[in-house]
Structure formats: structure tokens, C-alpha cells
Design a protein around this ligand. Sequence first.
Ligand SMILES: [Zn+2]
Length: 205
Amino acid sequence: MKNEPQDHPYGKSVAKLIDEFAKLPGIGRKSAERLSNYIVSCSPAEANELADAIREVKASVKRCSVCFNLTEEPICRICRDPRRDQHVICVVEQPKDVVALESSGAFSGLYHVLGGRIAPLEGVGPEDLTISQLVHRIRKLGITELVMATNPTLEGDGTSLYITNLLQNDPVRITRLARGIASGSVLEFANREMLADALRGRQQF
Ligand SMILES: [Zn+2]
């Protein structure tokens, strides 16, 4: 049951807070009420710290100008790291996929975050993603291997195929993660060992 803001016995601002918490992923109405009760009863300093942390993250976290991963600096830590293999780029859909693959510890190259996948039914075309920037990077930097790590879904595969076709005349080897990850599952939920295996066992696209 959805409460209208004016319905809450404590008043509108509490109702509004519950509504906001309930929008967060994985938070149902009951959890939203618990969180709201906590905020209502904690000290003003504590509540402000949370509000400030949210404000700060929104003001300081931006997209890396090279790979489009999230970062608080103009160029992210991975792109700036000279120890990483500068000739291999792993292509992912979202910044959270970078986090998942980094936790596997099995990849030492660079990343490129597409910002989604081609999804015609949702009106997402290649021009809505960072595909042209990726092609530019590959040609400018002499990238020798592209590891496709889009999600193993119909749309993720379609996006990889689209990019592969764009690059068919470029001297870059295109591989994709081995299918240790069950088809249709999502990268961010795969465990570390699965991702490490998928990276080591990558195959020619
Ligand atoms: Zn970067």
C-alpha cells in the first residue's frame, strides 16, 4: 500500500523521507519506514553527515574523460596507472561492471564503459553510448586486444556484435569472456572466481 505524503501521522516531511528511501534499490516500504524512523530519532549532526555525504558524492563523482568509468578526478585511477597494459581494453556496460571485474584481480588492462547497451525497444541506439569514443581510442592508441565483457544477454551480445562489425577492418583482436557466466546472468552478480575464469578463458569473438 502506497502512503500519500500527507498520510503519515508525523506529518508531510516524514512521509516525503519515506517516499525517497522507498525509491532506493532493494528498499521496500517497511525498510523505508525503518530508515526514516532512524533519521527522525538520530542527532542532527548524524543526519547532516548523511545528507552531506550524498551531496558530496553527487558533486564530485564524474565520468572519466578517457574510459567513462566513475571517478573524482578528470582521469580515473585505472587510466592513469602506468603498470596496466595500455594495449588491451575491456569493454563493459556500466561502471559497476568495472568494480566486479577489478575484484577478480585477473585483468590488468584498461576499460571502456559504454554507458549501457543497444536496446532498440527502449530507444537506446549506438549513438547514445560511448561507442564512437571507443573506436577513436582504439585507432589512436594502437589497441591490440579488445575484451568484450558486456552482459551475456541478448542486448549485451548484440552490442558486442555491433562493435565487432565496426572494427572488422581494424588490426585489433576481439575476444569475449568465456561463458562460465551463465547466459542471461548479469556481470555484477557473478562471483570473483567466475569472473577470473571467464577472463582467463576468453575466446576469439
Ligand atoms: Zn578512466
